[in-house]
Design a binder for this molecule. Sequence first.
Ligand SMILES: Cc1ncc(COP(=O)(O)O)c(C=O)c1O
Length: 417
Amino acid sequence: MAIHHRTETERVLDERAAYVARGVVPASIVVARAQGARIWDVDGRSYVDFAGGIGCQNTGHGLPAVVAAVHDQVDSYLHQCFMVGTYEPYVEVCRRLAELSPCTGGEQRSVLVNSGAEAVENAVKIARCATGRPAVVVFDNAFHGRTLLTMTMTSKVVPYKQGFGPFAPEIYRVPGPYPYRGIDSDESLAALEHLFKADVDPATVACLVLETVQGEGGFIPMPADFLSRLGSLCHEHGILYVADEVQSGVGRTGPVWAVEHSGVAPDLLVSGKSLGGGLPLAGVTGAAHVVDAVPPGGLGGTFGGNPLSCAAAVAVLDEVASESFRARADALGEKVRGLGPMLALELVEDPVSKEPAGALARQAIEAARTRGLVLLSCGLYGNVLRVLVPILADESDIDEGLAILEESLVEAASGAA
Ligand SMILES: Cc1ncc(COP(=O)(O)O)c(C=O)c1O
């Protein structure tokens, strides 16, 4: 009789099921090691990684400069709390964020925190304080995080909002441009004008928060004309334009910030994910007269901008601001058919009805995993495959990943037919 020995993967997943809250979505790969675009699991299987821990590895796993910076920092000190002991890595990250800032208004300041959601919360706090206004405008297909304020700002009920109300007040939503689904810049701006007539006085709006490329919502890039017209509208009403670049920033689309493609200057920029090169770090950057509207003590936190994350971020920002990184990102953008390295494939049942094909996407992700590729979906219906290729990784790994992606799509489509 054959005896089934549990694999290491099965052992850890059983333990996971026994001890970890089921609300944290289950992942079936148990990781032992990662480098560049590759992950190895605890049973020795190798995968190409097109997820990067959801967009946190734009520079690939284990970039040597990042790993070396973290090792150095470990030997000096692990924690101080920046409100208790000043340390230079925090200042150096803020200096780089100032030098690289696409925002309006001269001298730039930043605050560093632990997560994208915390950074979005802080951007709203700063905007409210700077304008003395309460309201916040957000868009359909937005994802800004899972805290009370940011889940309110997020535009997807299951799994992010269902059962978690009551929600934060003074959040207003309009459709954002989604040309593939027939919503253009004109329509979205008309909806915003209508909102200002029907629902909220623009004179009470502190800020409008928008992802430059909507991430969880389906990798929807905001048209450049939309961003410039939106910027003018905000300016007209004294509303601050906050660019949430947690997923689209830090080199994901080529330039350090995706908003640079449009030439539009936001008032505040929110960064996160890849900023810490794999360690938790996020930030809010903007003009001194906006950010410093908050008096001393109004911003901060125990671990915000911790020394290890900052040491890593200095190396990450130097890398993504380099000419060689930009050239690599642009070359990668060509390889994935000109759509840039923030690529997504929206799967539909047929090109006329455009009915979202969520099941097909799930099958493709499963087929990819079996073939050795880690892939994620996104979008309101989970029907968009997002390809977060690490920009600095072996070309052969990326080619292998793209080949598996294609095979998996073919397999899923033939299964569905
Ligand atoms: C655009 C955007 N904003 C905010 C967040 C929240 O970041 P975090 O999960 O670090 O809180 C995310 C996370 O996916 C994001 O994509």
